[in-house]
Design a protein around this ligand. Sequence first.
Ligand code: FES
Ligand SMILES: [Fe+2]
Length: 436
Amino acid sequence: MLTKEQNDALTRTAPGTPGGELLRRYWQPVALSSQLPSGGAPVPVDVLGEELVLFRDQQNRVGLLDRHCCHRGTDLSFGRLEDGGLRCLYHGWLYDITGKCLEQPAEPKDSTFKDKVRQTAYPVVEKAGAFFAYLGPGAAPEFPNYDFLTYGEEHVHVHKLFIDCNYLQANEGNYDPAHVGFLHRTFNADRRPGLNFGALRLVGVTKDDLDLAAVDPHEAPRLEVEETSFGIRIFQQRSAGPGRKYLRVTYFCMPNFSVIAGPQGGDGQIGHYHVPIDDETHWRWNFFVRRDAPLEDHFRLPNHLKKPGEYSDPYTITRKRSNRFMQDRSTMNQNFTGMGPNFNTHDAFATETPGRIQDRTKEHLATTDVALAAARRQALKAIEDVRAGRDPIGIVRSAAENHFPDLLSFDVVADADLSNSEVVRRVVENHVTEMV
Ligand code: FES
Ligand SMILES: [Fe+2]
C-alpha cells in the first residue's frame, strides 16, 4: 500500500512533477525508426504529457522540438522541411534541430528578434530500431549500453503497443511473477516441461542429470529480490528434483522498464519500457534481443499479422475495456481468462481494469508482491535523490561505467546448495555455462 502522496509521486509524470522529473533523467524511447524514414514527414510525439515533433532536416539530422511554435503556438508537425530546418506554416518561422530560430521572414530585415527566441529542443539518438530522447535538464547521461539496445539489427527487433492506463501499473505486472500461472494459464495437456521458452542454463548440474519433468510450472515460486546498480533483480525459485532448483531471474530497471527472458527463442531477453503518453495512457515498448543467432522472422512480424484478430493494427489490441475484452466464458475451460490466447491481452485486462491510475491506498500487498514493493521503494528514494540534486540510481556518466553484464535474465537449473546470487555470478562470469 502507498499513501496518496507516494502514489501521486510515482504516477504523475508531467513536467515539474516529482515522478516526471525522475523519468526525465533517463533516456526514453519516443518513436519507432520506421515512423521517420529518411525523407519522411515530421512525426507528432506525445510523451510525459508533452507535445513534441520529431523530424529529419534535409541533411538527415534528427531533431525533437516542442510541437507548438514559440511564436503563437501553431503545430509544427504540419510544417515545411526546407532551408536547413522545420518551417512553421503560420508565419514562416524556421527552426533547426537544436531549436535555434533561423528565420522570421515577416519581421523587418534588420530585426534580431530571431536570436532572442528559442524553441524547446531535446537530444535524440537512434538505437535498436527506435528514437530515444533525453527530456531532462543539464547534460544528458551516457546512452545506456543494455544489450537489447546494442546488438546489430539482425539480432534485435522492437515494437510498441498502446496501453490504456498509467505506465506504472502495467510495468508492475512485469515484476509480479506470481500472476503468470493464473492470468496466462492455458489448460493444455501438451505443455512441455520446464518454464523457459528459450535457452535453459545449467549451473552445477549436467545435462544427463537434468529432469525437467520434476519442474511443476504451476508451483507457486518462492520469490527473493536483491538490489543491483540499475534496479531490482528478482529470483523465482521452484524445485527441480532432489538437490536442484529451477531459477528464473528477471528485473525491474529504473525507472520504467523490465527485462525478462521471454519467448524470443534461443539465448536472449526482452526489454519492456513503459513510457507515459500522459498519466492515463502509455506505450509499452518491447525490445527483443537474441544473442546466439539472428531473430527468427516470426518475431519481426507486425502484431496484427503475427496474431490475426488479436490486434486491430500493429499497435492496438482488439480486446479492450469498452468491449469487455471480448470475454467468452464458454472458453474458460481452455484458458484461465476466457479472453483468448494472447498474453498482451491478458496483461492489458489485468492492468487496465484497476482504473486509469490505480489507487494504491486501497491495495493489500502480499508475499508475492515483494519485487514491486522493492521497486517502489527504490523509485521513491530516487525521487528524493533528484529533489536533492543527485543523480538517481542507474544513471551513467562515463563510458567506462557504461556496461551492464549482470543485466541478464535467464532460466537455470542449478545445484540447490548454491545461493541464488552465486548462480547469477557464475552465469554472468561464464555467460554461457551449459545451455540446453
Ligand atoms: S505561429 Fe509559428 S510562425 Fe507564427
Ligand atoms: Fe503477464
